[in-house]
Design a binder for this molecule. Structure first.
Ligand code: UD1
Ligand code: CA
Length: 463
């Protein structure tokens, strides 16, 4: 029987004090809801349903790239139990195991969810609740047990003082038997401090019916921290940062200070690479071996070969091959590709360009929409004038060309292999291979002019 996962993400998130739905707030580079969806998918759920409410369109758009995801809109937020009922009413009675998780709990490990499903299925329980013992249980539902059975979950607001003293709490992750959940969901009432339909009441209802409910304790409570406020978002981010960085270090990556390196979950970093402070590696970035990345670098969907240095540089949707040096202060974007041994130096921006093997763009240049061959040198201050206000135009620069400093290449334009451009030339026409193109007026020296001018203006003569 296929497993269904329901991710509840309709809540208002009042405590976030935000214009956006809570689950759209980012932990590292991705919204909370994406972490929650990823966890249940990795745990093996065949069918994933996201319950959306506040900011439904924003949440749907964020998750649009995930194939097969289903959405159910909970128009009125009447509680977690009501949210699950909306799913049943929209999609029909559940069959097989049903995992429920909350979109504001991004740290749950897929293995933990998988073990919970296995436990519920093998014990034929109506429900297995994942529980935790956090150092501060404030705000969490308490687990009431008798003879190894969970008899109720009581929300903090509804607890007696004795119940409030219980330290085992509801994590908000459950595995239900789908059939029994469908049949009994309507028994949930809203007679509680918040006037909401609580999913947690299913536990007490099952106990009344004599249906077995078990608790599965998760020893690492940090997996189950919920994000209800910006402070908790920062705490959760720190925990995830540490989890990812510890994994990378165990795989042979050096970090000068792991608290100052932020790496997304889909990033790979090769052995003996060093990540320096204030470095962010996001999206589907891959970094090879023996690189030094940072300080102050941000790579998003970047591919970095082996033996590269990336110093104070931003790389977005771009690729650098082995032994490429970037920075300090380069910006590579828009499907730029630097081939082996190429260089993008200081205050250099490269957009949608290919820089051939061993070619160098060392200082203060903008190169856009350009196909550059191997062994090219671009003199400092050179610019491809690719935009005429309407279209982006293309430049080609052949192998071994030498572009003089401050050359303007007005695209569309082709510079042949081995050609030279004179410093400060504005190149508006194609340059044949091996030619020199020079476009500047002749220099005139007016003897003694500067000295006479000083005299005229009463400036002290030069010693
Ligand atoms: C909930 C649990 C509590 C548990 C805690 C763990 C209930 C009643 N209480 O409390 O026992 O210890 O999580 O973090 O379930 N949501 C909807 N629709 C609604 C209401 C909520 O989709 O009508 C979603 C929210 O977006 C959120 C999740 O359900 O992602 C949990 O709701 P929240 O209000 O944060 O519950 P807690 O008070 O944290
Ligand atoms: Ca919560």
């Amino acid at each position: 029987m296929p497993t269904t996962a329901i991710v509840l993400a309709a809540g208002e998130g009042t405590r976030m004090k935000s214009k956006h739905p809570k689950v759209m707030h980012k932990l590292l580079d991705r919204p909370l809801v994406r972490w929650a969806v990823d966890s249940v998918r990795k745990a093996g759920a065949e069918r994933v349903v996201v319950v959306v409410g506040k900011g439904a369109d924003e949440v749907r758009a964020e998750l649009a790239d995930i194939p097969g995801l289903e959405f159910v809109e909970q128009k009125e937020r009447l509680g977690t139990g009501h949210a699950v009922r909306c799913v049943r009413d929209a999609l029909g009675a559940f069959e097989g195991p049903v995992v429920v998780t909350y979109g504001d709990s991004p740290l749950v490990r897929p293995e933990t969810i998988k073990a919970l499903i296995d436990a519920n299925v093998s014990a034929h329980n109506a429900c297995t609740v994942l529980t935790m013992t956090p150092p501060d249980p404030t705000g969490y539902g308490r687990i009431i047990q008798e003879n190894g059975q969970v008899t109720a979950i009581v929300e903090e607001k509804d607890c007696t003082p004795e119940q409030r003293a219980i330290t085992e709490c509801n994590s908000g992750v459950y595995c239900f038997c789908g059939r029994r959940l469908s049949e009994n969901l309507d028994k949930i009432g809203n007679d509680n401090a918040n006037g909401e339909y609580y999913l947690t009441d299913m536990v007490g209802i099952y106990h009344q019916m004599g249906e077995p409910v078990a608790a599965q304790h998760c020893d690492d409570y940090t997996e189950l921290l919920g994000v209800n406020s910006r402070t908790q978002l920062a705490d959760a981010t720190k925990l995830m940062q540490r989890r990812i960085n510890e994994r990378l270090m165990s795989e042979g990556v050096t970090m000068l200070d792991p608290s100052l390196v932020w790496v997304g979950p889909d990033v790979t970093v090769g052995q003996d690479t060093t990540l320096l402070p204030m470095t962010m590696l996001y999206g589907k970035t891959t970094v090879g071996e023996d690189c030094v990345i940072g300080p102050n670098s941000r790579l998003t969907n970047a591919t970095v070969g082996n033996g590269c240095t990336v110093d104070e540089t931003v790389i977005v949707e771009s690729e650098i091959d082995d032994d490429v040096n970037c920075g300090p202060r380069a910006y590579l974007r828009g499907h730029t590709h630097l081939l082996k041994g190429a260089k993008a130096g200081t205050h250099v921006e490269l957009k949608n360009s290919v820089v051939g093997e061993g070619s160098k763009v060392p200082h203060l240049s903008y190169i856009g929409d350009t196909q550059m061959g191997a062994g090219v040198n671009i003199g400092g201050g050179s610019i491809t004038c690719n935009y005429d206000g309407v279209h982006k135009n293309h430049t080609t620069i052949g192998d071994g060309a030498f572009i003089g400093s401050d050359t303007m290449m007005v695209a569309p334009v082709n510079i042949g292999a081995g050609a030279i451009t004179g410093a400060s030339s504005c190149i508006t026409g194609d340059v044949p291979a091996d030619a020199l193109a020079i476009e500047r007026s002749k220099q005139a020296n007016i003897e003694g002019y500067a000295a006479k001018r000083r005299e005229r203006l009463g400036i002290k003569p030069r010693k």
